[in-house]
Design a protein around this ligand. Structure first.
Ligand SMILES: [Zn+2]
Length: 118
């Protein structure tokens, strides 16, 4: 966590938190690809070619969760909404039982654009 003190104003606290990387969120920039991506949607299609992109989100935080062999991806504007959705999804999958649940870890990934061509 960043250092926060009682004397900080609201704006200062927000600035300190803006750079804070949640340890549960991994950042992806470079991947094994020669193309330049300009949208998070394009980048996530490239990262997870067999993934199912769900919802209408276009933000930089990708929630990736595995059901059978295919990852389902939703894009979120903030890490908080992605992590909240992750918690919801895990609870739901637990409730449904382990039947179709893939062993891979579900995760939240921060996508960094633009990717650069090699
Ligand atoms: Zn790519």
């Amino acid at each position: 966590m960043p250092k926060l003190t009682l004397r900080m104003g609201r704006a200062e606290v927000q600035a300190a938190l803006a750079d804070y990387a949640d340890p549960r969120v991994k950042a992806y920039r470079a991947h094994n690809c020669e193309r330049v991506h300009r949208t998070y949607t394009a980048m996530s299609r490239c990262l997870w070619p067999n993934g199912v992109l769900e919802g209408s989100g276009t933000g930089p935080y990708a929630l990736v969760w595995w059901f059978d062999q295919w990852p389902t991806i939703t894009l979120h504007d903030t890490a908080d909404t992605a992590l909240a959705k992750l918690t919801d999804t895990e609870r739901q999958l637990e409730w449904m039982g382990e039947g179709h649940l893939n062993n891979r870890h579900h995760k939240v990934v921060r996508l960094i654009l633009p990717t650069t061509a090699k």
